[in-house]
Design a protein around this ligand. Structure first.
Ligand code: ATP
Length: 353
């Protein structure tokens, strides 16, 4: 299997300094807030951007270092962007055949390849249409077929689902899951679902640096930064371990939880819990073995049958609670109100940071 990537690069103008690797056939999701540097990482791998320093290799071939620079078309890498960018005057089939033709194949062979990849993305029936006759999701599938027809060693995907309406995204995710099987891919996304469904591993970029990485399931279950906790829909408290199962945050608030592994007192630790394990109280609940956090409500957000209460704690970190609509009325919750979030120790997981 091909598609082994190693890259270390700095690009000062974009504040970027990263080191990233991919095993053959591996799918890595690049996550991070707006402006973190995710697209810049793809630009460096694809050759659309030149780093100030660093080195990259794909399957043992140098893409760039201090002396070498391989231009984008010769890298064996294709970039699939939000916008399918099909040639409007060519048929779907000719759009997909364009790459194989440009690489020197005869018309018939190139059309056969186009047919093969259009079939792979369930778009063979559109072969004779022009791009203007396709929906957003159909056009994106054709763009995937075109990218695959170039037989890249590595596929780069920059928010491939972002420009689609919600109804078209599941089908495209299914197609991507299938066609990426056995192919290396680096996928920039804002959506945790893309990471969970498409990636073996995630890399989180913040401020041009990698701040967290690991197997997708592990990062989602045990986030280490507020950003990934937010993506996973979990509350995260950072602090210092005082005893085996207790963490104290920077404001002296104690959190008791269930450790996933032995903790050493004094080390930095993290506590996570789900918004649906949180109860909201007007007054600090006494005499119960619960963790309580004084918070100020910032927002109430309806979510299906529940209401998500968004609040900030004394550290300024966001905490979430999912409560019933009736309890919003009974407790008279509103933005600006000070309340207590309570969560049982058994619902809190504690682990080293
Ligand atoms: N064309 C450009 N010229 C100069 N600076 C840029 C350009 N594009 C992006 N930047 C800057 O480089 C940094 C990284 O941007 P980049 O687009 O890689 O972030 P991103 O994580 O992909 O963000 P988003 O999620 O918003 O697409 C940001 O500080 C951004 O302002």
């Amino acid at each position: 299997m091909t598609g082994a990537l190693s890259m270390r690069a700095t690009l000062t103008a974009r504040g970027l300094d990263v080191e990233i690797g991919l095993a053959p056939g591996e799918h890595v999701a690049v996550l991070g807030p707006n402006g973190a540097g995710k697209s810049t990482v793809l630009g460096l791998v694809s050759g659309l951007l030149r780093p100030d320093s660093g080195r990259a290799e794909l399957d043992g071939r140098v893409l760039f270092d201090e002396r070498h620079w391989v231009p984008p078309h010769a890298r064996g890498v294709t970039l699939l962007a939000q916008d399918p960018l099909l040639f409007p005057h060519l048929s779907v089939r000719d759009n997909v055949a364009f790459g194989p033709r440009a690489s020197g194949l005869g018309a018939r062979a190139a059309r056969d390849i186009a047919q093969e990849f259009l079939t792979e993305v369930d778009a063979a029936e559109f072969a004779d249409r022009k791009p203007a006759q396709l929906s957003g999701g159909q056009a994106q599938r054709v763009a995937i077929a075109r990218a695959l027809a170039a037989r890249p060693a590595l596929m780069l995907l920059d928010e491939p689902m972002a420009a689609l309406d919600v109804a078209a995204a599941p089908m495209l995710r299914r197609v991507l899951r299938r066609v990426l099987e056995g192919r290396s891919a680096l996928i920039v996304t804002h959506d945790v679902l893309d990471a969970v469904l498409l990636a073996d591993r995630v890399v989180v970029v913040e401020g041009g640096r990698i701040v967290e990485e690991g197997p997708t399931a592990e990062v989602v279950a045990r986030p280490r930064t507020p950003f990934t906790a937010g993506l996973a829909g979990l509350n995260l408290i950072r602090g210092r371990v005082t005893t085996e199962s207790v963490l104290e945050d920077d404001h002296g608030v104690e959190v008791t939880g269930t450790p996933t592994e032995p903790l050493t007192s004094g080390e930095r630790g993290l506590a996570v819990f789900s918004p649906n394990s949180v109860a909201v109280h007007d007054d600090r609940p006494h005499g119960s073995p619960r963790n309580t956090f004084p918070v100020t409500i910032t927002e109430l957000e309806p979510r299906e049958s529940l209401v998500r209460v968004r609040a900030v704690d004394r550290s300024g970190d966001t905490l979430l609670a999912d409560v019933t609509a009736s309890s919003v009325g009974e407790l008279d919750l509103y933005p600006g109100k000070q309340v207590f979030f309570a969560v049982k120790a058994t619902a809190v997981t504690v682990y080293p940071s």
